[in-house]
Design a protein around this ligand. Structure first.
Ligand code: AMP
Ligand code: MN
Ligand code: MN
Ligand code: MN
Length: 286
């Protein structure tokens, strides 16, 4: 089992625990090194770092940046960033401002299909209103009795082709990578298995083009062991890591005790050939 968990969310984005509660839970589950990677915001890092210091756990500053690439939405995780870097902070601020506008359009779209009052309802679930997102909408729609759980809300309402889905322009891939690098971090392609499955799936050729472009733009790592990958995908993405000379990362993508497949820290080991992403900052520290 890996005792590194380098991808998870607090209620600063769409997780349900506060940064402090998240770190406490990770410590209780024997995580030795934790990165908090909230979507498009770094506001939880200071509290998380403080809790980690108290619990004698190593903490890595992280973020998960939303990106539009061709017709796909991608997530780029930045690890070991310096959260106060002005280039990074400004880039994230712009993404956040787009979230509020999208939320209004999502609510209008749901209203047109007969579901009203959703904007107010969703904001009640957003501890940080700057990061209002689809998960907050989903939680409210469950509360209001439209679906039995968050997953079903996504399938019925919040994905491409469904009434509550609104196309959105996130950051450019090259910008997300350059902000992360400008702040001293490592840019990691999050959960690639999510891009090759589902309604808007990328074909293999497109995935290879993405990996090449990611590397050319300065991307350095790929999530091999992710809470949303199957064991055959661990092997598949470990092969791509080798082929593209990428460091390998691992993370549960935990969002909350009630909603996640994988709890914090419960991650199987890397395939043999993987070079772990932490060699990047552990080497730098020597
Ligand atoms: P947003 O950035 O607001 O578009 O929301 C994206 C977030 O929604 C992801 O980070 C996940 O937490 C969640 N999500 C996306 N797809 C699904 C799904 N099919 N089921 C449950 N949660 C999902
Ligand atoms: Mn999320
Ligand atoms: Mn993600
Ligand atoms: Mn995530």
């Amino acid at each position: 089992m890996l005792d590194y968990d380098l991808h998870c969310h607090s209620n600063v984005s769409d997780g349900t625990l506060t940064p402090t509660e998240l770190v406490e839970r990770a410590a209780g589950r024997d995580v030795k090194v934790l990165a908090l990677t909230d979507h498009d915001d770094v506001a939880g890092l200071a509290d998380a770092a403080q809790a980690a210091a108290r619990l004698d756990m190593e903490f890595i500053n992280g973020v998960e940046i939303s990106v539009s690439w061709r017709k796909h939405t991608l997530h780029i995780v930045g690890l070991n960033i310096y959260p106060k870097n002005p280039v990074l902070a400004e880039g994230l601020r712009v993404i956040r401002s787009g979230r509020r506008q999208r939320a209004v359009l999502m609510a209008e779209s749901l209203a047109r299909s007969g579901i009203g009052g959703v904007l107010e309802g969703a904001y009640r679930y957003a501890a940080n209103p700057d990061i209002i997102g689809r998960t907050h909408f989903a939680r409210y729609l469950v509360e209001a009795g439209h679906c039995k759980d968050v997953r079903s809300v996504f399938n019925r309402y919040l994905v491409k082709g469904k009434p509550g889905y609104v196309p959105h322009q996130w950051a450019e891939l090259k910008d997300a990578i350059s902000w992360i690098r400008a702040s001293g971090g490592v840019a990691v392609l999050a959960h690639p298995g999510r891009y090759t499955a589902g309604r808007n799936a990328m074909g293999k050729t497109t995935l290879l083009e993405l990996l090449q472009e990611f590397v050319d733009l300065g991307g350095q790592g790929i999530e091999v062991v992710s809470g949303s990958h199957t064991p055959p995908q661990f092997a598949e993405f470990a092969r791509y890591a080798q082929e593209f000379h990428l460091l390998c990362s691992c993370g549960s993508d935990f969002h909350g005790p009630e909603e996640s497949y994988r709890d914090l820290g419960r991650l199987p080991d890397f395939p043999m050939e993987c070079r772990p992403v932490w060699t990047y900052w552990e080497k730098a520290a020597v």
